[in-house]
Ligand binder design. Structure first.
Ligand SMILES: [Mg+2]
Length: 390
């Protein structure tokens, strides 16, 4: 199959707020081949910055845009998808956001090869059967401990057996409030559920405070304490994890390429590596991180706060490892992220599986794409760098 078109789209809600809610807009890519197979992918990135990486004029041999790298290429196998990943990253050597931007194209290419071969993407990635994951509902803390408790009760009523609370007031008032937030989150979701705490990078490089909070939170038995420190505060992560806090430390969503994930795992010493396929450059590098986690006895878990196109793509990466049993599952998305693609539904047992249909296994709703599409016009010397409409 020959790649004949690569079209990036900017989708957004009518109004964008300052809330730490990544479902307010998205960056979507559609790739088509000469025999009519179509693939879709999504990046968790600033949409217009990413779009530039698809159409910016060539500056020299190390700044060549993604469309130029892909159009006219052949794509028939998993090896082709990996070869094209390497080609696009090499051609965009000096485009700083190239991995981030390319993620959507990588997802779309895996989707195409899976559809053409009639198999789900996890089968293209390796042998083995798919294992169900426990989805954890991912929400922000309420503005107060009492509101957090209500949120937890609501999730429990919706049947969630695991939930993560993050950001909001955590770390911004005092130690007593931090502990109250965790205590009320636990009270809301119940003792039988798994509870995760996302500190939202609030203690910066202060490993001592992160250690003190991890110790205080241990009474409420969280599965992990996530991102207590800045994503790149590697020395602070190393110092924190070397002290073996009583609650495991999780991080990795900030990894914008494989090397950053390797750094937080090997040097940062985290016990859970949280990888976002839409940030790290797609399924191709995320699968390498999964393999690194397997080698080092670290738990791989997805980070996903976008549509179910991204949820599905994330699941294919680690579907075949039975030991990696948790899945971040967006539980409070916008109409855009909820409506963009068919859902990876929870089963009667409350678990989720990588879709078994060919490709990524979810269907993009073209009407939703058109509803939220914000047309972008880029031109150089009066000539538009045009894309097809969705
Ligand atoms: Mg997080």
């Amino acid at each position: 199959m020959e790649i004949v078109s690569v079209d990036p789209f900017y989708l957004k809600m009518p109004e964008i707020t300052h809330a730490a809610d990544g479902t307010q807009d998205t960056f979507l890519v559609r790739i088509r081949t000469d025999d009519g197979v179509e693939g879709w992918g999504e990046s968790d990135a600033s949409p217009l910055v990413s779009m530039a990486a698809y159409c910016c004029p060539m500056s020299h041999g190390n700044i060549i845009n993604i469309r130029e790298s892909l159009i006219g290429e052949s794509v028939d196998s998993a090896d082709d998808v990996r070869r094209l990943h390497a080609k696009a990253i090499r051609n965009g050597l000096d485009i700083q956001q190239i991995h981030h931007a390319y993620a959507a194209a990588d997802l779309a290419l895996w989707d195409i090869v899976g559809k053409a071969q009639g198999v789900p993407v996890y089968r293209l990635l390796g042998d083995g059967q798919s294992h169900a994951k426990l989805p954890y509902a991912s929400v922000l803390f309420g503005d107060t401990p009492a509101e957090t408790r209500e949120l937890g009760e609501g999730l429990r009523a919706r049947g969630y057996r695991a939930a993560k609370f993050g950001w909001g007031p955590m770390g911004k008032v005092d130690e007593e409030t931090d502990i109250a937030l965790v205590a009320e989150a636990r009270a809301g979701i119940g003792d039988a559920a798994q509870l995760m705490i996302d500190a939202g990078i609030v203690w910066g490089e202060d490993a001592d405070t992160a250690y003190a909070r991890a110790s205080a939170f241990a009474d409420y038995a969280p599965t992990w304490l996530e991102e207590p420190l800045y994503p790149n505060a590697m020395d602070a992560y190393a110092s924190l994890t070397a002290r073996k806090p009583p609650v495991p430390i999780a991080a990795g969503e900030g990894a914008g390429q494989y090397r950053q994930a390797e750094d937080i795992i090997v040097n940062g010493g985290v016990q859970f590596a949280q990888i976002d396929v839409g940030r790290i450059g797609g399924i191709t590098p995320a699968y390498r991180v999964r393999q690194l986690c397997e080698e080092r006895g670290v738990q791989y878990v997805n980070h996903t706060f976008k549509s179910h196109l991204s949820v599905a793509a994330s699941l294919h990466v680690f579907a075949t490892n039975a030991e990696f049993g948790l899945c971040e599952y967006p539980a409070a998305g916008s109409p855009l992220s909820e409506g963009l693609a068919s859902h990876v539904e929870r089963g009667a047992d409350g678990m989720v599986c990588a879709p078994g249909a060919p490709g990524l296994g979810v269907t993009v709703d073209i009407d939703a794409v058109r509803e939220f599409h914000a047309p972008v016009r880029m031109e150089v010397d009066g000539t538009a760098l045009g894309f097809d409409a969705p």
